[in-house]
Ligand binder design. Structure first.
Ligand code: ATP
Length: 338
């Protein structure tokens, strides 16, 4: 019987327990604990240098933690090196072998695992079909476009039937249109294969579009974990409210009271989504327009309202005047961690 990729391949859960990693004086990963359910799409999102890639490398076994434990399924893999883990990494630069054909690239990991030639051939074909690249079997990889090379990298990863697939900013080399298309395909493929996927990105839209759950990281720490809608609608802190989707953050209690009627203390702030500041014809507070950017579907306007700068995102046709009236239609109290 030939070996094939099966629908039952549901992946394994990943658990990090109090994981830390230090580089000299820098605590790149600071006591991180995470539960990633089997078969789910989980993103690590945060600004550059917050420790996302190091966390991913610790899951892959390319990096070892100074403290804490890593589990894949029930197995403690903390000290296992990458080759012994049921994980595979898809990199930003694809990491394909330029002197090899598509077939040889996808086959490589199977040869290393000593799979029989006939089984290898079937598996390569299946894997390429899954990413709609079956017709490119004998093409040199260097003659493919960036998007096609990314698909080959994906085929090579799924060919070895990993339990967990790890993505390190895999779409960042593609142009915007191709990135969005590849994102849709990636999500569909992940759903079909049911592989546990851990995805590193600093692109919040990508994380929102792809993930079952997102962990927002900052300075090596996990700040908040949750499904995309929950993180967007119920950010717990000013950092999450502004990093994910962009918000106006009011830290001064007087401003908070003036604009929203909410009472905050020193450790709190009020977050107001830019789309929740609405331009009105009457009944609002007036502000001076500082800047205006037409972005197609929306216009982004910076307003100075009674000494406070507010960013407004609106889909309305706003009059081209130097002053506008605005009304705040929703706001929430968050932790002030800025
Ligand atoms: P980016 O999005 O820019 O890749 P990141 O969130 O993935 O950032 P990491 O690559 O995990 O962040 O890096 C976290 C911190 O650890 C950074 O300050 C980085 O400079 C530092 N760092 C990472 N790897 C090493 C290393 N091998 N030696 C020294 N410092 C490192």
């Amino acid at each position: 019987m030939t070996e094939s990729i099966t629908a039952e391949n549901r992946g394994e859960s990943v658990r990090l327990s109090d994981v830390s990693r230090r580089f000299g004086n820098l605590l790149a990963v600071d006591n991180v604990s995470l539960d990633i359910p089997a078969g789910s799409f989980f993103s690590l999102l945060g600004p550059s240098g917050c420790g996302k890639s190091t966390t991913l490398r610790i899951i892959s076994g390319f990096e070892f933690p100074d403290g804490g434990q890593v589990f894949i399924g029930d197995e403690d893999v903390t000290r296992l090196d990458a080759r012994r883990r049921p994980t595979v990494m898809v990199f930003q630069n694809y990491a394909l072998f330029p002197h090899m054909s598509v077939k040889e690239n996808v086959e490589y990991g199977l040869k290393v695992r000593k799979m029989k030639a006939r089984d290898r051939e079937n598996r390569v074909k299946e894997s390429l079909d899954r990413v709609d690249m079956g017709e490119f079997l004998n093409t040199p990889v260097t003659s493919l476009s960036g998007g096609q090379q990314q698909r080959i990298a994906l085929a090579r990863a799924v060919a070895i039937e990993p339990d967990v697939i790890l993505f390190d900013e895999p779409l960042s080399n593609l142009d915007v249109a191709l990135r969005q298309q590849t994102r849709i395909e990636l999500k569909a493929l992940q759903r079909r294969l049911g592989l546990t996927s851990v995805y590193v990105t600093h692109d919040q839209e990508e994380a929102l579009a792809l993930s079952d759950q997102i962990a927002v990281m900052r300075n090596g720490k996990i700040i908040q974990v949750g499904p995309p809608k929950q993180l967007y609608n119920e950010p717990e802190s000013a950092f999450v409210a502004s990093f994910l989707g962009g918000s106006n953050i009011l830290t001064n209690p007087k401003d908070a009271m003036l604009f929203t009627g909410l009472t905050i203390n020193e450790s709190q702030a009020v977050a107001i989504r830019s789309e929740h500041v609405q331009v009105v014809e009457s009944g609002g507070v007036e502000g001076e327009v500082l800047s205006r950017q037409f972005l197609g579907m929306i216009t982004e306007i910076e307003l100075m309202v009674q000494g406070t700068k507010l960013v407004v995102k609106t889909t309305n046709n706003v009059p081209d005047t130097s002053h506008l009236s605005v009304k705040i239609v929703a706001s929430q109290i968050v932790k002030n961690d800025l």
